[in-house]
Ligand binder design. Structure first.
Ligand code: MLT
Length: 262
């Protein structure tokens, strides 16, 4: 079922009296990056995915976004659908949102799956890269920016072996509006650092990272796993930064195992 609520496009499947999982996508993607997961888990779980403000089918408005507002949106979804302590599953930017949500109100949640993400905020080089991205969009448009950015997200082997799947993801990213994409870049550049909360997390955590992820490499996530008390780390073989799409079979296997244990 698709709903527009509070200017957010929200997609629900497998509804009923089941445990809920909220899937939060990465940048500059949309809810479709969770298709393989929703398809597998919809029989046993209430699966909710949505388009982050300014991406996919969620309108950008004025594009003045913050990660705090993205977390407010997530809490609004939990409240408006009366979700009882959902599990959050966030990839990259979705992971920044999920981690900050846990830091702000862990009591609303029962589990956390962090994929290809990190707790640190952008350092100066990271912030300068965001401004370069904004300039590139202003000069040459989103298509050009998305072309360069998305290429860095996927492993070379995936692009070679799954060209049409890659192009489908890329083309959807290219269709994003400039206001939304620039708004997300600014929100990520201004996000807070959630590292200090990692040792305080009490809910169970699964950390997943593509073995060829160059944007948030496995050692960063393994180090997070060492700090979080109740965490398990798993490497996703033959995948880059978008591990949910690049190796859905292994990715889903790890999630299924985790969900059965918590
Ligand atoms: C993402 O996949 O969401 C981005 O790589 C996050 C980022 O640019 O920091």
């Amino acid at each position: 079922m698709n709903t527009i609520k509070n200017n957010l496009a929200i997609f629900q499947t497998g509804m009923g009296n089941k445990r809920s999982i909220i899937f939060i996508h990465g940048f500059p993607f949309d809810h479709k990056m969770w298709d393989f997961q929703v398809e597998q888990f919809k029989n046993d779980y209430h699966c909710i995915s949505y388009d982050i403000r300014g991406l996919g089918e969620s309108p950008a408005g004025d594009g003045q976004f913050t990660i705090e507002e993205f977390v407010d949106d997530l809490f609004d979804i939990i409240e408006s659908f009366n979700l009882d302590k959902p599990v959050l599953c966030g990839l990259s930017m979705g992971g920044y949102i999920a981690l900050r949500a846990v830091e702000r109100n862990e009591g609303k949640l029962s589990g956390l799956i962090l994929c290809d993400t990190k707790a640190e905020a952008d350092n100066n080089d990271g912030k300068l890269n965001r401004t370069k991205g904004i300039k590139e969009i202003n000069l040459n448009g989103v298509e050009n920016f998305a072309g360069n950015f998305v290429l860095k997200c996927f492993s070379d082997n995936f692009i070679k072996a799954h060209r049409s799947e890659y192009e489908e993801v890329l083309n959807r990213a290219k269709k994003s509006g400039p206001i939304g994409v620039k708004g997300c870049l600014l929100a990520m550049a201004a996000r807070t650092d959630t590292t200090g909360y990692l040792p305080k997390i009490k809910i169970p955590v699964l950390l997943l990272c593509g073995e060829h992820d160059h944007l948030t490499p496995p050692d960063i996530m393994m180090a997070m796993g060492d700090i979080i008390n109740n965490a398990k780390f798993s490497l996703i073989p033959a995948a880059g930064h978008v591990s949910s799409v690049e190796n859905p079979k292994h990715f889903n296997y790890e999630i299924e195992r985790f969900l059965k244990e918590i």
